[in-house]
Ligand binder design. Structure first.
Ligand SMILES: O=P(O)(O)OC[C@H]1O[C@H](OP(=O)(O)OP(=O)(O)O)[C@H](O)[C@@H]1O
Ligand SMILES: NC(=O)CC[C@H](N)C(=O)O
Ligand SMILES: [Mg+2]
Length: 478
């Protein structure tokens, strides 16, 4: 679930891109990069590390220009090596293309083989390079960006919220099912597209709307226009964005994520009411759920665990050893809030069980009498192929196990997951418009060896039209 951003702003873009990436850091902690364009030069700075480690004021000053894109990476295809750090650049006779992607393709191998047979040399092991190659190849043969993106949408299978910088124009497109989020904001002197609305907030911008599934947005110095390249008979918003990935203060496809999580917390109590002395969240992502649970149950909200504020997310770290080490440093008990108490412990999800196994033990050691674990997602039983790094069933604690077996394995007094119907109701857009692959084993795109649900996509690319509603809204702001 990487974070992507694209900005065109008359006041220069490198610092705004940096702050936007900072706001999206929770989506990818392995590397960060920015590309900008000025005159005839494409500037790129990227490296492994957190946003604040990769950039400093000098590197940002050197990234010149009024148009640019940025990326923070959470690897899903291709390991954590320097050559896989995005954005990727493609240059051809006065044409400078830089590209950054959030999502995961499921036909990378076929496409790569096809392009290699045609003589293409790949420099990375990511799926994103395929997207760049399809676009660069189309542009090289004098096709328009609209045609190039249409070709992508016809050829790519999987999820791809993408930003591209072509000379001094920023393009952004979202796959026809809208699996990964992408939204548009208005800045004082330009526009921004970003994975989450918190990036717009960080720049004091105004949220305009989400990029529609299958839409291609174009931003240059004269404003924002868009064209609908493809439409599908359903959407497939990633359900795990609402559960875990997105920041709670983001508005995603029309819904404030905090509200979704609070509603799930309320429903978690209703699903299995119990008596207890304290509702404790597993910070950070469990907090909104626990707020909802405490309100619904009347049981006091109490912090039984404290998070070290200098630690990032553990689930998105690349190896199990790193994840385990990080959970140890990240969370500690507030003993006085736990001793002799019946505790309801609330987390958004149990995936590999790394977090819950450890904290249930810690809470018991701190003297809690009972630990009732409540989880804001149903059991994660199937791999994700579309952007979450959980590629096999064997690593998932709940796969092929009854709830009772998971409870025993984490050591809780009781364990309840939110039922899927309640989760879907809390999100509010209907199961048909969500990708629930990790919860049901049924995916919205065809994946070898897995069940898929039927989707129909129409390709409707026409002429490039001005999106008047958006454009007017933007003009009124200025
Ligand atoms: O069962 P696991 O494999 O441990 O994965 C699930 C846990 O990992 C995530 O927390 P993380 O520390 O990544 O981020 P957070 O601070 O946003 O909660 C998630 O919120 C759960 O707590
Ligand atoms: N998490 C993501 O969106 C990752 C993008 C791309 N698949 C990569 O691994 O670099
Ligand atoms: Mg967590």
């Amino acid at each position: 679930m990487c974070g992507i951003v694209g900005i065109v702003d008359a006041g220069g873009v490198s610092f705004p891109l940096y702050y936007a990436l900072y706001a999206l850091q929770h989506r990818g902690q392995e590397s960060a990069g920015i590309s900008t364009f000025e005159g005839t030069t494409l500037y790129t700075h990227k490296a492994q590390g957190l946003v604040a480690e990769v950039f400093n004021s000098q590197t940002l000053q050197d990234l010149r220009g009024n148009a640019g894109i940025g990326h923070v990476r959470y690897p899903t295809t291709g390991s954590k090596v320097p050559e896989n750090v995005q954005p990727f650049n493609f240059r051809y006779r006065g044409l400078d293309l830089s590209i950054a992607h959030n999502g995961n393709l499921v036909n990378t191998v076929e496409l790569r083989e096809e392009y290699e047979r045609r003589g293409q040399i790949f420099c990375t092991t990511t799926d994103t390079e395929i997207i760049g190659n399809i676009i660069a190849d189309a542009l090289r043969t004098s096709k328009s960006m609209e045609d190039a993106v249409l070709l992508c949408m016809r050829r790519l299978r999987g999820s791809y919220a993408t930003v591209a910088l072509l000379n001094n124009t920023v393009y952004a497109f979202r796959d026809p099912l809208g699996i990964k989020p992408l939204c548009i904001g208005k800045l004082d002197n330009g526009y921004i597209v970003a994975s989450e609305s918190v990036a717009i907030d960080a720049l004091d911008g105004t949220f305009v709307r989400d990029v529609r599934p299958g839409e291609l947005v174009r931003i240059d110095e004269s404003g924002l226009t868009s064209v609908q390249v493809a439409t599908a008979n359903r959407r497939a918003y990633c359900i795990f964005e609402y559960i875990y990935f997105a920041r709670a203060d983001s508005v995603m496809d029309g819904t404030l994520v905090y509200d979704v999580r609070r509603r799930i917390g309320q429903k978690l109590y209703d699903a299995r009411p119990i008596e207890a002395d304290a509702v404790c969240p597993v910070p950070d992502s469990g907090i909104a759920y626990a707020a909802g649970y405490a309100k619904q149950s009347g049981i006091p909200f109490l912090e039984g665990l404290m998070k070290n504020r200098y630690m990032g997310r553990t689930f998105i770290m690349p190896t199990q050893q790193q994840r385990e080490r990080a959970v140890r440093i990240k969370l500690n008990t507030v003993r006085g809030n736990l001793k002799d108490k019946r505790v309801v412990l609330i987390d958004d999800s149990i995936v590999r069980g790394t977090t819950s196994r450890r904290i249930v033990n810690m809470i018991r050691d701190a003297g809690a009498e009972e630990i009732h674990l409540r989880v804001g997602s149903p059991p994660i039983i199937a791999p994700c192929y579309l952007g979450v790094d959980m590629p096999t069933r064997t690593e998932l604690i709940a796969s092929g196990k009854e709830v009772e077996a998971v409870r025993r394995s984490v050591g809780a007094t009781s364990l309840t997951y939110i039922p899927l119907e309640d989760l879907v109701e809390a999100i509010g857009c209907g199961e048909r418009n969500l990708c629930t692959g990790c919860l049901t084993g049924c995916y919205p795109v065809e994946i070898n060896g897995e069940k898929s649900c039927h989707c129909v996509v129409d390709y409707v690319a026409g002429t490039h039209q001005s999106d008047l509603s958006t454009f007017r809204a933007g003009k009124e702001e200025t």
